[in-house]
Design a protein around this ligand. Structure first.
Ligand code: RFL
Ligand code: PHB
Length: 390
C-alpha cells in the first residue's frame, strides 16, 4: 500500500490528523492496533480547552460538540471545607467545554467513515523502516500476516506504549520523566453530577476530583497508592472515601444510587521525549509526552500537536515550504513544557505525597492561600487551565 502520510494509532491524535490532512487534500492511512469498539470503550479525558474546541470545529467535527458539550465558566478548588471558585470566564474571557474524549473519538470515526478514508483496525505496527530516508515503510501485522505501507512521512500517534518513539535512535533522543507515588481510582456512574462545576479537592486522606460527562453521567476520582487495584474496591467503599475528601455540603448532596459504568486506576506520570521529529518520523500526543491528569491537559496537548503538524504538512505538500516541518518539534515542545509545568504544579499542590515533611506540607497550604487572596495568582491558574494559545 502507498500513501503520503502513514499514521500509527487511531486515538484522538491520529484520527484528527487524518481528518485535517484530508481537508488539505493530503492522503493518509491510519493503522490502529485495536478494534474501533475497543477504542471507543476507553474512558479518558473530559475537559476541552477553548483552542481544542476551535480546532475540532475547523476540522468539521464540531456539530455534536457544540450541541451536547457543556461550557464551564468556572472550576472549584477545595482544601478540606475551604472552597475557592476560579472564575475562568471573568479572569480570561474564555471557558472550557466538558465533552468526553470518547465522544470526540466517535465524532472523528464517523467523519472518517463518511469521507471513506482508510482506517485499518486491528493492525499492529511492529516496526518502521527507513526513518532517515525519504521513503519510510511501516510494517504491521494483521491476522498473523505482515503488511507494508510506503509513505513520504510517518506520524507516531501511538500513545505512550507505542513503537514509534523507539524507532528514533537512542543517541538522537532525550527523555525526561517524573513518576508519582500514587494513581487515580476513577468511577464513571449513571448519577447526576455533585455540582454544576468541577471540584479539585485536597484532603489529608488524599486528593479527589468531582467531574462529569453530562447531566446524567458523573466521573469521580480519588488518589490511591500507585500499586492499588480497582478490583480491591466496591462502589460503596469508593463513595464513602470520596465523601470524606470533598467539602461536607457537596458530600451530603452526593447521589450514589445509579449504575456504575466503569472503575479503573490510572497511574500519574510526567514525561517528555525530545525531539518530536527524526528524519521522516514525527511524534504527536501521548507518544511524545505524558502529563498527570490534574490539569486536564493530555488530550488538549495532543490536539495542539496535531494542529501544528497539520499546518506544517500543509505548507510542505501544498506550498513546497519546509519551514513548518523543520520547526515542528521546537514549536510543539515549547507549548508542551508549559503544560507540563502547569500539570506538575497542580499535582504537587493538591496531592498527599506520603514522603513529604512538615515544611513541604506548609508550602502546599501556602500555595492554596496565595490563590485564595490574589487575583493575579488565580488569573495565572485560569490562563493555564483554559489553555495557552497555539
Ligand atoms: P491514545 O489515546 O493513547 O491513542 C494511541 C493509539 O495508538 C494505538 N497503538 C497502536 N496502533 C497500531 N500499532 C501499534 N503498535 C500501536 N500501539 C498503540 C493505541 O491502541 C491507541 O488507540 O493517544 P493520543 O491519540 O495521543 O491521545 C492522548 C489522550 O488519549 C490522553 O492524553 C488523554 O486521555 C489524557 N487524559 C486527559 N487529557 C485531557 O486533556 N483532559 C482530561 O481531562 C484527561 N483526563 C486522561 C484523563 C487520561 C486518563 N487515563 C486513563 C490515562 C483521565 C484519565 C483517567
Ligand atoms: C475527567 O472528567 O475525566 C477529568 C476532568 C478533569 C481532569 C482530569 C479528568 O483534570
Amino acid at each position: 500500500m502507498k500513501t503520503q502520510i502513514a499514521i500509527i494509532g487511531g486515538g484522538p491524535a491520529g484520527l484528527l490528523l487524518s481528518q485535517l490532512l484530508h481537508q488539505s487534500g493530503i492522503d493518509s492511512i491510519v493503522l490502529e492496533r485495536k478494534s474501533k469498539d475497543y477504542v471507543l470503550g476507553r474512558i479518558r479525558a473530559g475537559v476541552l480547552e477553548a483552542g481544542s474546541v476551535s480546532v475540532l470545529k475547523e476540522a468539521g467535527v464540531g456539530d455534536r460538540l457544540m450541541a451536547e458539550g457543556q461550557p464551564h465558566e468556572g472550576v472549584e478548588l477545595s482544601w478540606h471545607n475551604e472552597r475557592l471558585r476560579i472564575d475562568l470566564e471573568a479572569l480570561t474571557g474564555q471557558v472550557v467545554t466538558v465533552y468526553g474524549q470518547t465522544e470526540v473519538t466517535r465524532d472523528l470515526y464517523d467523519a472518517a467513515e463518511k469521507r471513506g478514508s482508510r482506517i485499518i483496525e486491528e493492525a499492529e505496527v511492529v516496526r518502521i523502516e527507513g526513518v532517515e530516508t525519504d521513503a519510510p515503510i511501516v510494517v504491521y501485522k494483521q491476522n498473523g500476516a505482515e503488511h507494508r505501507v510506503e509513505a513520504r512521512f510517518v506520524v507516531g500517534c501511538d500513545g505512550f506504549h507505542g513503537p514509534s518513539r523507539e524507532a528514533i535512535p537512542q543517541d538522537a533522543q532525550r527523555s525526561f520523566e517524573r513518576t508519582y507515588p500514587f494513581g487515580w481510582l476513577g468511577i464513571l456512574s449513571e448519577t447526576p453530577p455533585a455540582t454544576h462545576e468541577l471540584i479539585y479537592a485536597t484532603h489529608e486522606r488524599g486528593f479527589a476530583l468531582c467531574s462529569m460527562r453530562s447531566d446524567k453521567i458523573s466521573r469521580y476520582y480519588i488518589q490511591v497508592p500507585e500499586t492499588e487495584k480497582a478490583a480491591n474496591w466496591t462502589p460503596d467503599q469508593f463513595w464513602e472515601e470520596l465523601k470524606r475528601r470533598i467539602p461536607e455540603d457537596v458530600a451530603n448532596g452526593l447521589v450514589t444510587e445509579g449504575k456504575v459504568l466503569e472503575m479503573s486506576v490510572a497511574p500519574l506520570r510526567s514525561f517528555v521525549s525530545e525531539p518530536m521529529r527524526h528524519g521522516s518520523l514525527f511524534l504527536a500526543g501521548d507518544a511524545a509526552h505524558i502529563v498527570p491528569p490534574t490539569g486536564a491537559k493530555g488530550l488538549n496537548l495532543a490536539i495542539g500537536d496535531v494542529h501544528y503538524l497539520h499546518q506544517a504538512l500543509d505548507l510542505a505538500f501544498n506550498h513546497s515550504k519546509n519551514d513548518g516541518i523543520d520547526s515542528y518539534s521546537d514549536t510543539a515542545l515549547d507549548r508542551v513544557w508549559k503544560a507540563e509545568r502547569f500539570s506538575w504544579s497542580m499535582t504537587s499542590m493538591m496531592h498527599d505525597f506520603p514522603q513529604l515533611g512538615g515544611f513541604e506540607k506548609r508550602m502546599q497550604k501556602a500555595e492554596f492561600d496565595y490563590l485564595m487572596h490574589s487575583e493575579s495568582a488565580r488569573r495565572a491558574l485560569a490562563e493555564n487551565y483554559i489553555g495557552l494559545p497555539f
